[in-house]
Design a protein around this ligand. Sequence first.
Ligand code: UAG
Length: 491
Amino acid sequence: MYAEELLSALPLKRVIGPMPTLIKDIAIDSRIVEEKSLFVCIKGDTVDGHEYAQQAVNNGAIVIVTERELVLEGDVTQVIVQDTNRAIGLLAAKFFDYPSNELTMVGVTGTNGKTSVTGIIHNLLQSMGERSALTGTIGFNLNGILYETANTTSDALSTQQMIFRAKMEGCRAMIMEVSSHGLALGRLAGVEYDVAIFTNLTHDHLDFHGTMEEYGNAKGLLFSQLGQDLSKNKVVVLNADDAWSKKYAMLTQFPIYTYGIKDETAAFRATGIRYEDGMTYFTLHSPEGNYDVSMHLLGEFNVYNMLAAIAAFYGRGYALELIVEHIAELLPVKGRMEKVQSDLPFDIFIDYAHTPDAIEKAIDAAMPYKRPGKKMIFLVGTGGGRDKTKRPAMAEKASRCEYVVLTTDDPRYEEFDSITGDLAKGMTHENFACIGDRAEAVRHAVSVAEEGDIIIFAGKGHEDYQIIENTKYPHSDTDIALEEGRKKFNL
Ligand SMILES: CC(=O)N[C@H]1[C@@H](OP(=O)(O)OP(=O)(O)OC[C@H]2O[C@@H](n3ccc(=O)[nH]c3=O)[C@H](O)[C@@H]2O)O[C@H](CO)[C@@H](O)[C@@H]1O[C@H](C)C(=O)N[C@@H](C)C(=O)N[C@H](CCC(=O)O)C(=O)O
């Protein structure tokens, strides 16, 4: 792209040096700068991109966008702006020619349920023969190939790059998990959403947002940023059973489709929920009448997730009959109350729950499968160096199970004992063990399981690794549990 044209995205700037003709690429990481690139120095939480400007120049950057004049060697032009974080959003959207305008963009925000709702929508679109891309906690899924991403909601540059790639590969829609960090840090700058969905808001990430109020306000940005162009067919989907929805409704003038189980005014409502033979059944009440829905996904929280997806499809003009038909075929989202197929005499569920609310919902979901007189064993971990205030509340929720194993998710640099010790403060009974080493903890959970019991392994979900200090080690709750279980029952 012509440098002049690209930099026209930044109206307030001071340019030092001659303007080159062409810019071939944009980068924010000095380690992966290509020839004739523009490098934007981003001040991070742990490091400052300004420190790496020289490395970027050495690797081929010809323009540096910076917040202060830097001493740099080589043929390089400096563009000084007030806020590089804001600049990268503007530049990235311009460089990739605002790709979100050409796709149906779906953003899903909320504490829990983002991965499930995005997964459900993506899978339903695929089953109807429509090409869509998916981004979130599991990475970037483009035409069935999964690319790793650093965050649930990636930085502004990666976000625009991914949308552009989806467009170039013929996708018609892009379904994105939208985290509160992503919204608060401007990672979604320039993304024009057509569908904005809210799942729920419960305790999480208070280390970053400070208060629930701030956390909720950050999520509200998804709705307030939909704009005012009512000629566009934008759709807002809100959970009528969550009080935050009333606030979000006030942030936008686009049509709102509510869903829920408790609130009788919800436009899409489920009643008569029952769980039988690994299936969930409910009656869907909709503006177009009632439908019987059957699905392989388990638990009340998945009924909420499905209602959110149904409301979104309806809002975009899909026939409910068709959607209900496809829902019956849909398989569970990986690592979200996923029942492990095995020949073991007890049931294993894998779930990503890592908030008090999600733990409660995971237990609720498994409860219909609990056999009389048998135990439910819950293994719960939490990440190191992150929101510590939620830990006791997580263990308190897990205490509903007869036996609890307290462990770690990604301990990072925090001591195992510090994590399990915080969790233990919330236990309401004595039937628990603190085992920081997660592999050991999984083996222990299996060792106390008897025929007919249920074990829920929470916290890692689809993840196949564990981060200890700054290294990713391979780890699979499922593999360890199956191996230990077979050994125990001589299978
Ligand atoms: C606190 C936080 O959000 N940190 C994010 C932040 O990292 P950071 O501030 O430390 O910045 P950095 O990557 O160290 O460096 C700053 C700049 O210097 C550059 N740099 C750095 C090193 C170098 O050699 N050369 C170089 O140019 C970097 O490319 C970057 O441009 O910027 C990184 C790049 O965008 C993110 O990956 C990183 O997320 C970390 C991994 C993280 O854990 N974030 C969490 C808190 C988060 O965002 N979570 C949400 C919510 C998930 C949920 O809902 O559960 C998410 O969306 O993932």
